[in-house]
Each structure stands twice: as C-alpha cells, then as structure tokens.
Ligand binder design. Structure first.
Ligand SMILES: C[S@@+](CC[C@H](N)C(=O)[O-])C[C@H]1O[C@@H](n2cnc3c(N)ncnc32)[C@H](O)[C@@H]1O
Length: 208
C-alpha cells in the first residue's frame, strides 16, 4: 500500500529486469532470510498446482499474497477471465517493480499481507473466493501468522479457500489443521526443492 520512497533501494536490490529471476530471489533470500524463505522462484509445475481447479466462471476475486518474481502470478493472469478481479500482493518494492514490468495493467499492491482487509476495502472488494499464499507462513512469528490467516479467512468468508505453498511436503499439515477444519495436501515433486500445496477451507482456529 505504501508507495516506494524515491530512490529507495537497498544494497542488494538490483534494478528489476537485470538478471534472471532466480538471481533476484537468491539475493533477497540472502539479505532477508525468513521473510523470503526460498532461494529460488517456484517452478511452473508448482505454480500451476497452486491454481489448479479454480472455478474461473464463479471466481469473482482471487488474491495472491507474496508474489515474489511472479511464477504464480503468471499462471493466474493466464487463467483468469477478464471479469475476474486479481489482486497481487507483495511487500518488497523490488519484487513489485519487477511484477509491474512483467504484468502491466495488473493490480500489483505493494503492501503487507496483514492489511489485506484494508487493501480490498480500498478497491471496493468485500469478498475473495481464493487466497493464494506464497508467504513463508511457518517461518513467521506465531502472532503474525495468526493475524495473516485470520485476515485471509475474514475476506474469504465461509465458502472461500486458502491455498498455501510449501517447500516442506506434508510437514505443516498439522499447523494448518490448527487453523482450518478441512486441509489437504498435494505433492509437487518438480520443484527445487520438491514442494506442494495445502488446500484449506473452513477457518476454525484451535487454541494452540
Ligand atoms: C517464498 S517467496 C514466494 C515467491 C513466489 N510466490 C514464488 O512462488 O516463487 C515469499 C514472498 O513473500 C513476500 N512476503 C513476505 N512477507 C510478506 C508480507 N508480510 N506481506 C506481503 N508479502 C510478504 C516476500 O517478499 C517474498 O516475495
């Protein structure tokens, strides 16, 4: 939500467009660690699994959180119908610049996932059908993770679906079951490292 301040660029921030995506991601991983939590962008196989099965006829609004260099965004943009609202959230200004270069005309929001309700309210959107999270939620402090999942559930309503990427297959099933009644996992071996997707419905947090 906050526009980048003029001239803001940290030491490890090359101008987007210079060098391949994996290089920018690796540099961000080295400089920011747990808020990136992945040393390379998701493969197209993992990105496609993240959006597989979305009913594009019914989906009015799909939100992506933590878009990074945009592998999932690319699949969303290809699949969405012209009347589907895509809201692409990313906190890092360099990734946002890269995303805007790659996906001109898309709604790329530089902002924190914790403020998803405000981001959608500013656009006059009351509900999302899917929240597609590329955020490294397990490496966040518990209070931050709770707040992002609570916020996502709030905008999804009872019928919406939260999808979460992972590079640690099955490991966090229990974690997401602390938040959602219905959680399933799909393995995607063709990713570096092998990853997968948690599909979560029915927000029902247990007191952990
Ligand atoms: C593991 S990377 C995933 C990138 C991409 N979705 C992919 O699959 O390759 C996590 C991304 O989440 C972003 N991020 C971390 N914390 C965030 C937050 N609180 N709000 C929005 N984005 C955040 C990071 O800047 C990073 O781009």
């Amino acid at each position: 939500m906050t526009p980048p301040s003029p001239g803001h660029q940290d030491k490890l921030s090359p101008r987007p467009g210079r060098g391949p995506d994996w290089w920018l991601m690796l540099r961000k991983f080295v400089s920011h660690g747990t808020s990136i939590a992945s040393f390379s962008p998701s493969s197209r196989f993992l990105a496609r699994s993240m959006i597989r099965g979305i009913d594009w006829v019914r989906a009015r609004c799909v939100v992506e959180l933590g878009a990074g260099t945009g592998p999932i965004t690319r699949e969303l943009v290809k699949a969405a119908r012209p009347d589907t609202r895509l809201v692409i959230g990313e906190r890092d200004p360099d990734f946002c610049r890269l995303l805007r270069d790659k996906f001109p005309g898309q709604d790329i929001v530089e902002g924190d996932a914790c403020r998803l309700d405000e981001i959608l309210a500013a656009r006059g959107i009351a509900r999302a059908d899917h929240v597609i999270s590329g955020l490294p939620l397990p490496s966040f402090p518990a209070a931050l993770r709770d707040s992002i999942i609570r916020m996502s559930a709030k905008v999804l309503g009872p019928d919406g679906e939260f999808r979460q990427i992972t590079n640690m297959p099955w490991v966090y099933l229990k974690l997401y079951r602390n938040y959602f009644r219905d959680v399933s996992f799909q393995l995607v071996p063709l990713n570096l490292p092998p990853g997968g997707v948690y599909f979560c419905k029915g927000y029902e947090p247990t007191a952990a």
